[in-house]
Design a protein around this ligand. Structure first.
Ligand SMILES: Nc1ncnc2c1ncn2[C@@H]1O[C@H](COP(=O)(O)OP(=O)(O)OP(=O)(O)O)[C@@H](O)[C@H]1O
Ligand SMILES: [Mg+2]
Length: 281
């Protein structure tokens, strides 16, 4: 069968380990006892309904918030705060300082972290701007760019830092359908070339299947692990095919206990979802 439960690589240590992570904001519990392993080169997707704690888990991996129980480790070290080994690309187009040009935006973290001097930072920025297809826009300011172009800048800025893990929180969710598809393809091409490690958040089943090689399904608020699945066999070309549809239906069933209707691929709101789901592990 094309769609199988994950069998983690034996003998290879995970790069990033979430170990029983419970996240809270005051009295609000965002996630409960979430564990997963991300291996080097994984395109690991956190998928679940709105409010299940996907962004919170990503923020914890970025070091912006701390678990109340459990921990996240990278290369065996507990994550205690932000670091240049983990760079986040957000959904919002305003993540780029508007007063900086494209080139200055990409150079900024390289200079701020003293990774490179100005000359080498500029060289590296130009390299990554070309990689994401923005040659000719080096001196443009963000407000003159389309949403897709802004996300390309954010991706270039992140990859220029050569992070251990690239963290992406619904980076294409605010784009129109065609641009979103193009950006998914672009990300796939970049990954084919560079094999970076990606931790990607989405609430779109289709996007999870296209982008990810492994998918962690989270229950509604507070998020708990429901299942973990392999999805490396899918890409944009297989989207819409029989196996892809079957995978979509299966994930929908795992999340909501019922098959999707028609071509629905967005994870709907959690209201009315069953409380008891079988865990796949
Ligand atoms: N800064 C905050 N202060 C208080 N509660 C928060 C905060 N951020 C998130 N929460 C709560 O934590 C829970 C998880 O939120 P989170 O944003 O991680 O979910 P999500 O899965 O990313 O949702 P979405 O798909 O809508 O982005 C929600 O109940 C949310 O209201
Ligand atoms: Mg979110």
């Amino acid at each position: 069968m094309a769609f199988q439960v994950v069998r983690p690589n034996t003998g290879v240590a995970p790069l990033l380990i979430a170990d029983g992570v419970t996240l809270e904001y005051g009295t609000t519990r965002a996630t409960h006892d979430v564990s997963f392993n991300v291996y080097r080169g994984d395109r690991f997707v956190l998928l679940g309904p709105s409010g299940c704690g996907k962004s919170s888990l990503l923020k914890a991996a970025a070091g912006f918030i701390k678990p109340v129980v459990g921990e996240i480790r990278i290369d065996g070290k507990r994550i205690d705060g932000p670091g240049p080994d983990r760079i986040v690309v957000f959904q919002e187009f305003d993540q780029l300082p508007p007063w900086k040009t494209v080139k200055e935006n990409v150079m900024f973290p390289l200079l701020m972290t003293k990774r490179l001097n100005r000359h080498h930072a500029e060289e590296r920025a130009l390299h990554w701007i070309a990689k994401v297809g923005l040659t000719g826009f080096e001196d443009a300011h963000p407000h003159t760019l389309s949403g897709g172009m802004k996300q390309r800048v954010a991706i270039a800025r992140a990859l220029a830092m050569q992070p251990e893990v690239l963290l992406m929180d619904e980076p294409f969710a605010a784009l129109d359908a065609l641009t979103r598809r193009n950006m998914q393809a672009e990300l796939g091409r970049l990954w084919e070339e560079l094999r970076f490690t990606l931790l990607f958040v989405t609430h779109s089943i289709e996007e999870a299947l296209v982008v990810g090689n492994r998918i962690l399904l989270l229950s509604p608020h507070p998020g708990q692990v429901r299942a973990e699945l392999n999805s490396h066999q899918f890409d944009l070309d297989s989207a819409g095919g029989t196996d892809f549809q079957a995978a979509t239906q299966r994930i929908h069933g795992l999340l909501f206990g019922a098959p999707a209707h028609g071509h629905a691929v967005e994870v709907p709101a959690a209201a009315g979802a069953p409380h008891e789901w079988s865990r796949v592990s």
